[in-house]
Ligand binder design. Structure first.
Ligand code: NAD
Length: 382
């Protein structure tokens, strides 16, 4: 298949592009490299040294003989995107290319506006480009489990059957997101749903949980292929952040009671889920939603897992509760359905002690690169 990976220089996109290339697909990366600029803006970095995209794809070619084309540009620039579509004529467009940090979107008005413009308009441009240049292209769009929030009922996969005043319908599951970033994903979902209905576009919205891990078979082939590993209070996701805290002798800081429960998945499963979606495209006109996570944990459970594995390594982090910078429920019901990807063949890689140890070892190897002032949260929702 001809597959475009938009956001292919990022944490999920880079290993996905490599894997799909290894599987024999013709892969092209689209990215405006803005994630590297956020690091400059926040005076932060990836714990693992990451090479330029040019060096990365050259090394991939050297190691495997496979070519990944790159298009450096912004989805918000329609002329650029149109040219990408003309040249690549993709069968599938995997869309990772958005500003993906909730805290970043909550810094101030400018960051909220930037996030929604970047994400919503970029995605709208992708929908128009598919309509104009590749109408049968399958859009595989990364959404988030955070679109649903934490309702006091089970979370279904995209839709819920409702009986109201004697009548029944299958309707989009209600969305109660908790940040302007998460809201941008809800707006995307609505725009995609309309485009499917009126233009007959085929789309899969992958409502992804929080991703942990960093290495894949492909990124391990050479240090130049290494994936990024974020740990700061703005871009670091919970488990990766806790492992870095432990490796650098910092307390593991849990926001509030730590009862916040979310869906999680290993980066290797992110990649496999995208492959499954690509191999089983949505029908023309279908807006398909998969909940893409494999296990649910509370933040406190994650902290305890990290503490256990750290102790076996001779580290002794304490788990500390700090004031929650977010406005969110800390103790709540959480039961989300995630059967559709498994029905299509996903075999989850679960969060075992071995998995935790491998990430911790990488954190320890590069711990001198950690900028300690960046670890604690600086952005508050209020
Ligand atoms: P990332 O920031 O590491 O990667 C995103 C990439 O997209 C970056 O390389 C960035 O430069 C690029 N990009 C952003 N805006 C762009 C634009 N307008 N034009 C072109 N390129 C652009 O993020 P990630 O962690 O790899 O996440 C990828 C996707 O998965 C995002 O849409 C995110 O919302 C979603 N997601 C991620 C997680 C997670 O835990 N990482 C969880 C749920 C959903």
């Amino acid at each position: 298949m001809k597959i475009v990976v938009a956001g292919g220089d990022g944490f999920c996109g880079w290993p996905t592009a490599l894997y799909l290339s290894k599987q024999g697909h013709e892969v092209a990366i689209v990215d405006n490299l803005v994630r590297r600029k956020y690091d400059e803006e926040l005076r932060s970095n990836s714990v693992t040294p990451i090479y330029s995209l040019k060096e990365r794809v050259a090394k991939w070619k050297e190691k495997t003989g496979k070519e990944i084309k790159t298009y450096i540009g912004d989805l918000n620039h329609y002329d650029f995107l149109a040219e990408v579509f003309r040249q690549t004529q993709p069968d599938a467009f995997v869309h990772f290319a958005e500003q993906r940090s909730a805290p970043y979107s909550m810094i101030d008005r400018e960051h909220a506006v930037y996030t929604q413009q970047n994400n919503v308009i970029g995605n709208l441009n992708v929908l128009y480009a598919i309509k104009e240049f590749a109408p049968s292209c399958h859009l595989i769009k990364l959404g988030t489990m955070g679109e649903y929030g934490t309702p006091n009922i089970d979370i279904e996969e995209g839709y819920i059957e409702i009986e109201h005043k004697g009548r029944k319908d299958k309707l989009p599951f209600p969305k109660q997101p908790g940040s302007f970033y998460h809201l941008s994903k809800v707006h995307d979902s609505h725009n995609i749903m309309l485009a499917c209905r009126i233009w007959g576009i085929r789309a899969t919205d992958l409502n992804q949980g929080v991703v942990y891990g960093l290495h894949t078979e492909e990124t391990k082939l050479d240090p130049v292929l290494a994936n990024r590993f974020d740990y700061d209070g703005v871009f670091g996701t919970a488990l990766n952040r806790f492992l870095i805290q432990s490796a650098t002798g910092h307390d593991i800081t849990v926001y509030g009671s730590g009862g916040q429960t979310r869906g999680f998945l290993n980066i290797t499963d992110t990649i496999r889920c995208v492959e499954i979606a690509a191999e089983n495209p949505a029908d023309a006109g279908e807006f398909r939603v998969f909940n893409q996570f494999t296990e649910s944990f509370s933040v406190k459970e994650l902290a305890e897992k990290v503490q256990k594995v750290s102790r076996e390594k001779g580290l002794d982090p304490e788990i500390k509760s700090i004031e929650n910078p977010r406005v969110e429920a800390e103790d709540h019901y959480y039961n989300a359905v995630n059967t559709k990807l498994r029905d299509l063949g996903l075999e989850p890689n679960l969060l075992t002690d071995d998995v935790l140890r491998e990430i911790l070892e990488t954190a320890l190897e590069h711990k001198d690169r950690v900028i300690k002032e960046n670890v604690l949260p600086t952005v508050t929702w209020k």
